[in-house]
Design a protein around this ligand. Structure first.
Ligand SMILES: Cc1cc2nc3c(=O)[nH]c(=O)nc-3n(C[C@H](O)[C@H](O)[C@H](O)COP(=O)(O)O)c2cc1C
Length: 317
């Protein structure tokens, strides 16, 4: 079987993100994969307008798509991307996070949310794998949300992340070429993608460093203090990315460890079941909102703000 692997990058032309992605894709091509690569900066991607027409339709059992489908290049890219066995994303870190080019593209994934679309019978389930490369000029400290944000945008389409790499201290264009170990690591990412694809779906697992990050489920390095959720569920500590719930425990050698509770994966956002639960939440919260009584209250209270105007910035071109 010939696997399809796509690379998606969002950095400077011919620079670190692109070079590392190309190295990873080369490993896939060497093992017989059919490879496609795009640079998001070459496409017209509009920002999600927040209209929620897609999720509103889905909660009513209808697949209505995105209202921007005919207005930019997102759908043409998704038609190819969703027909892949694997995708490798690479993006530079700006202000601790992935660049806005990457986020703008991925935040448009809501209308393609596979858990939602599967639950209403609009699409068939397809298992895919993915890997992430985040590039930055600094160390982990100044890239604290880079891989975490990237992974958070990948659930929507069931790209099971099997490996990720934080390329640090490469601020200058093409600087990664001075670090053979970084190039080798990118190559290994490609090899791990192929290893995952050649493994039966039910046996696919994380292939990166076993000790990476706090979370043993998604390997993110970001935890939050848990708060009571919409239906009363509460965990003392949650993984910020996958939503695994548990608590911190001290190991014998005095280090802190995040231990997932027995039911701690019931909201695991990396799984279809975990995200289907979120659709129930949206249905509950948004569904309950559109009552005649609520709409009347809002109409009346909004009068105060409707005509309220402050001084603004006028651009004269
Ligand atoms: C606006 C801006 C913000 C940046 N913020 C960060 C940052 O928070 N952390 C970091 O490690 N690097 C930061 N960088 C450095 C880039 O991540 C770095 O130059 C990287 O090599 C860019 O990837 P590229 O060569 O693929 O474009 C920033 C660069 C720019 C232009």
């Amino acid at each position: 079987m010939i696997f399809k692997v796509m690379g998606i990058t969002a950095g400077r032309k011919n620079s670190n993100s692109e070079i590392l992605l190309k190295e990873a894709l080369l490993a896939c091509q060497n093992q017989g994969a059919e490879v496609t690569m795009i640079d998001l900066r070459d496409y017209n991607i509009m920002e999600c307008t927040g209209c929620t027409v897609c999720t509103h339709g889905m909660t009513k059992g209808k697949h209505v798509g995105c209202t921007l489908d005919k207005k930019d290049d997102k759908k043409a890219i998704m038609d190819v991307m969703l027909n892949q066995d694997a995708v490798i994303f690479s993006a530079p870190t700006y202000d601790l996070m992935p660049t806005a080019t990457f986020l703008k593209f991925m935040h448009r994934n809501l209308s393609y949310e596979s858990a939602f679309l599967e639950s209403i019978g609009a699409i068939e389930h397809r298992d895919r794998v993915g890997a992430l490369i985040a590039v930055g000029g600094s160390t982990r400290s100044w890239q604290s949300m880079a891989l975490e944000c990237m992974q958070a945008t990948c659930f929507t389409n069931d790209f099971k992340i099997v490996d990720m790499h934080l390329a640090t201290r490469v601020p200058a264009a093409k600087q990664c070429l001075l670090h053979d170990e970084m190039i080798n690591r990118a190559h290994e990412i490609g090899n791990n993608i192929m290893k995952a694809l050649n493994t039966p779906v039910e046996k696919r697992k994380w292939l990166g460093d076993e000790n990476m990050g706090w979370c043993p489920n998604c390997h993110s390095n970001a935890l939050i203090l848990g708060e009571v959720q919409w239906d009363g569920l509460h965990f003392p500590i949650e993984c910020q990315v996958c939503g695994a719930g548990g608590d911190l425990e001290k190991t014998k050698d005095g280090k802190w460890k995040f231990v997932i509770a027995e039911n701690g994966l019931c909201r695991d956002r990396t799984t279809v079941e975990g995200r289907e639960h979120h659709m129930t939440e949206i249905g509950h919260t948004q569904g309950g909102f559109y009552t005649d009584e609520n709409l009347a209250i809002i109409k009346e209270k909004f009068n105060k703000y409707k005509e309220l105007k402050f001084s603004t910035i006028k651009i004269i071109r």
